[in-house]
Design a protein around this ligand. Structure first.
Ligand code: CA
Length: 236
């Protein structure tokens, strides 16, 4: 499944090489030559992963990683640091900033693509092609199908992505703004009411088998996918 990758690298030749390889692997790449530009890009839309060069003009890659980790909205973005340094203590410093992985230049394109896949699988399962099974539902990103037992459910593309995100992040409350960021990739121009509309459609698609109950409204906060029985329902 293609991931939206933000590549922050100041050396044009390396930037070009990495971007070409990621595109060949099927990813969408947005490029920045410095952390300040990268910050503006992230402000508009959250990437699925950041490939971040350590040594940048202006704000360093390490400082940018720290900033991403310090803010609630950007805290969970997977980060892979790129560096020419091979020193063990630099590696430790890089991981201490909150990077998920660390690749020393020069690296092979194959290695980079494999590392990205591993980090996404661990940190952003909604952008991988792994099937998810939960609460009696099975969602398969490869065939783009959702099934409840033998029954195949018809979902629109947005409902599919919404369900995929919710199923890979269950038992947690997601605000409308967070869902816009994660599922729509746009928290600025899309209205929060849009989320409610698609949640309603998703529930409608899940209703036949009673699976609409898995999508819970948390008053004043947002929505949650829960495969556990709601205690309030159990009492009644
Ligand atoms: Ca550099």
């Amino acid at each position: 499944m293609p991931a939206n990758i933000l590549l922050v690298e100041d050396e044009p030749a390396i930037q070009e090489l990495i971007a070409a390889n990621l595109a060949r692997a099927g990813h969408h790449v947005v490029r920045a030559a410095d952390a300040e530009t990268a910050q503006r890009i992230v402000r508009d839309a959250l990437p699925d992963l950041v490939l971040l060069d350590w040594m940048l003009p202006g704000m360093s890659g390490v400082d940018f990683a720290r900033r991403l980790r310090a803010e609630e909205r950007t805290r969970d973005i997977p980060i892979i640091m790129l560096t020419a340094r091979g020193e063990e203590q630099d590696k430790v410093a890089g991981l201490e900033t909150g990077a998920d992985d660390y690749i020393t230049k020069p690296f092979s394109p194959r290695e980079l693509v494999a590392r990205i896949k591993a980090v996404l699988r661990r940190r952003a399962p909604q952008v991988t092609e792994d099937a998810v099974e939960l609460g009696g539902l099975r969602l398969d990103p490869v065939t783009h199908r959702v099934t409840a037992g033998e029954q195949s459910l018809a979902l629109g593309p947005t409902e599919f992505r919404l369900l995929h995100f919710l199923m890979t992040h269950p038992e947690r409350v997601h605000s409308r703004a967070q869902l816009l960021d994660q599922v729509w990739g746009d928290h600025v121009f899309v209205e929060e009411r849009t989320v409610d509309v698609h949640i309603r459609r998703l529930r409608g698609a899940l209703e036949a088998g009673g699976h609409d109950r898995l999508i819970q409204t948390v008053r004043g906060s947002g929505y949650r996918f829960s495969a556990q029985v709601d205690p309030a329902d159990a009492v009644r």
